[in-house]
Design a binder for this molecule. Structure first.
Ligand code: GLU
Length: 283
């Protein structure tokens, strides 16, 4: 990509969830990954309730139609639960079981707060109600949270930093431990009924696939602080990052999977070529 400091030759990936048809934003993400090196596909299907096999089949077909190919076998998160469990076991001294439901968290946050509740890349900033609980007290329905303050202390660091190839390239993006506590909080590492949260799975999987450059939308930029912290805690390498622009509709709204009209498949059925798709997304 013109002007981009990251060279071709990276190990990159595209990691869609099979919860709907791929849209133009996904095409942009996948083509950006492929433009920078060897492209890997990963099916992010830990949320079994929302994922559907026919959407996975559609992902393969749509990407192949766009002219992409990828190493086989494709990694599927649903096959990776033992790897997530191993990571969770390793982090156990820094985590705790949490039984708060969304309503409990909202109630705890709204007491001292007027107006919008504080939220970050992992949702509402958890007020720490369960932080004192021990794993022996865990109930089957609990989620597992990272005690962020303990994590920073264990690493003997007071900030997280990374660089991005697209957003202020060459400069460090820095978040202090205090800013992390206030703006992100104690993130969820495992959810009810799932072996891992997105944040834990993505970190474990990017390392397992040997990804050197993570290309994904800007909407995930803030989540990268969580991922870098988890990489440090798990002794995994931090890949390079490139958070790209988001593809929006005419109203300026970011595309979502429910915007079926923008599905790659529908353009294709209406006679568009892969070159037309590239043009539509400014490639
Ligand atoms: N499965 C995520 C999504 O579809 C991808 C996140 C990532 O690229 O790290 O948004």
């Amino acid at each position: 990509m013109a002007g981009d400091p990251v060279a071709f030759g990276e190990a990159t990936r595209f990691a869609p969830s099979p919860t709907g048809l791929l849209h133009l934003g996904h095409a942009f993400s996948a083509l950006t990954a492929a433009a920078h090196g060897r492209f890997h596909l990963r099916i992010e299907d830990i949320d079994r309730e929302r994922c559907r096999p026919h959407y996975e089949a559609a992902i393969f077909q749509d990407l192949a139609w766009l002219g992409l190919d990828w190493p086989q076998p494709v990694m599927r998160q649903s096959d990776r639960l033992p790897a997530y469990q191993a990571a969770l076991a390793r982090l156990a001294p820094l985590t705790y079981p949490c039984r708060c439901r969304r309503a409990d968290i909202r109630a705890a946050l709204s007491a001292p707060q007027e107006g919008a509740l504080p939220a970050g890349p992992d949702g509402l900033i958890y007020p720490g109600t369960c932080r004192h609980r021990r794993h022996e007290e865990a109930e089957p329905d609990d989620v597992i949270r990272l005690d962020t303050a303990r994590a920073f202390a264990a690493l003997k660091i007071d900030r997280i930093a990374f660089r991005d190839a697209a957003i202020l390239p060459g400069e460090d993006h820095v978040l202090s431990a205090d800013e992390f506590a206030q703006g992100i909080g104690d993130v969820i590492l495992a959810r009810r009924g799932m072996g891992a949260s997105y944040h834990l799975a993505v970190v474990v999987d990017d390392a397992a696939q040997g990804i050197t450059l993570v290309t994904r939308g800007k909407d995930l930029f803030d989540a990268t602080y969580i991922h870098v912290l988890l990489q440090r805690l798990l002794d995994l390498p931090t890949p390079r990052y490139l958070h790209h622009r988001l593809i929006r509709n005419e109203a300026g709204k970011r595309l979502a999977k429910r915007d079926d009209a923008r599905a790659i498949r529908h353009y294709r059925e209406a006679g568009a070529t892969p070159a037309d798709i590239r043009r539509m997304i400014g490639l």
